[in-house]
Design a protein around this ligand. Sequence first.
Ligand code: BGP
Length: 460
Amino acid sequence: MKYAFPKEFWWGSASSAPQTEGETLSHGKSATVWDHWYSQQPTRFHNDVGPQDTSTFYKNWREDIALLKQLNHNTFRTSISWARLIPNGRGEVNQEAVTFYNQVIDEMLVQGVQPFINLFHFDMPMAMQEIGGWENRDVVQAYAKYADTCFELFGDRVKHWFTFNEPVVPVEGGYLYDFHYPNVVDFKRAATVAYHTMLAHSLAVKAYRARNTGGEIGIILNLTPSYPRSQNPADVKAANIADLMFNRSFLDPALRGEYPQELVELLKKYDQLPVCQQGDKELLQQGVVDLLGINYYQPRRIQCRDSMVNPESPFMPEWFFDNYVMPGRKMNPHRGWEIYEQGIYDILTNLRENYGNPRCFISENGMGVEHELRFEKDGRIDDDYRIEFVSGHLKWLHRALQEGSGCLGYHMWTFIDCWSWMNAYKNRYGFIQLDLETQKRTVKKSGEWFAAVSKNNGFD
Ligand code: BGP
């Protein structure tokens, strides 16, 4: 076989509670920021299809786990909903949620699918947001307690835990660029949210290790390689700042237990540093992960700014760089995102060369296709474009492995077409197509292809 993968390579896909469970305000679950926001502004993003309209994993879990097995997944990542397990964010545990997650975990294990469980996927309980969300250190403590409750309840069977999915996204969306609740635009508050998220992460890691359950704990980061437009020093410097702000602001604490000095100096210079308390530094050092999940979709192309910054304007990352559209770049023809398969190799090589080659895996990579149901023929979608996308990335991953990368697996985003934050069902990503009306699931051609790749542990 041309592309053979290591024995016990993790083949699977990823999803999240808020994007699949449905039953958003029933069975004891309270509102998250998404439920709240959609109830306030249902038409802001995409029709009125909100987080209540999903593949309803809460009801269809048994059928969906059977499909995981059918597609030869040996691993699968989803999340626990904090607002379902502990509806007020802290305090009483919802026993119906405990039963639900117990059933899901047990059924996955019966079917031979290792559960990878994430604790926070952009879904802050509204009760916690109302007291300030990540800006409030009490929420950091409440999260740590929630995490420890999960370890206590499910840690005997779940051996791969993640504290956060893409923690930079709620920072960018909620506090810089106005695409997540609470729609603040303020760099210093964004920096505080980012910092407190990593303190919460570290507390969870510490709590997990104290339980000694024999598993591992990590974090899932979306790493976007920042490629400079040219090797001219101004472009290189600009790309380096984008890398510091969007990648290394989470990657360095997660793998080295501290922030990059360059980033600290930069924020200090512009008076944007969050408030640090005694003991924070030591706590961050304890947050170094056992396992890193890497989400990769597309790179960032960066050039130096071609105009002066107005010093009166609010401080923003864009003070230091411009985004740049690279001529001739390969685009996803079905959605305006760049496709750059080599990015996966560059990320893994950077981790190997500069971060001690950590245990890691690709935790998301996938191709969103606008209005994909238009391609349905005889009841099925023959998504050759997705097969080409996934295999293209796997070839670069394979090359990184041959050069010694510690990458342990590949998870596609996503399993069954799911609800998405700003686009509802406009962009479909799944191995399995969903008829939202009837809830019927149909395996796409890519799903069958992936099942064979997993079974053969590689492809030609
Ligand atoms: C990642 C998220 C996922 C998922 C995916 C696709 O950032 O972890 O939750 O949504 O991106 O992005 P989108 O849904 O915006 O197309």
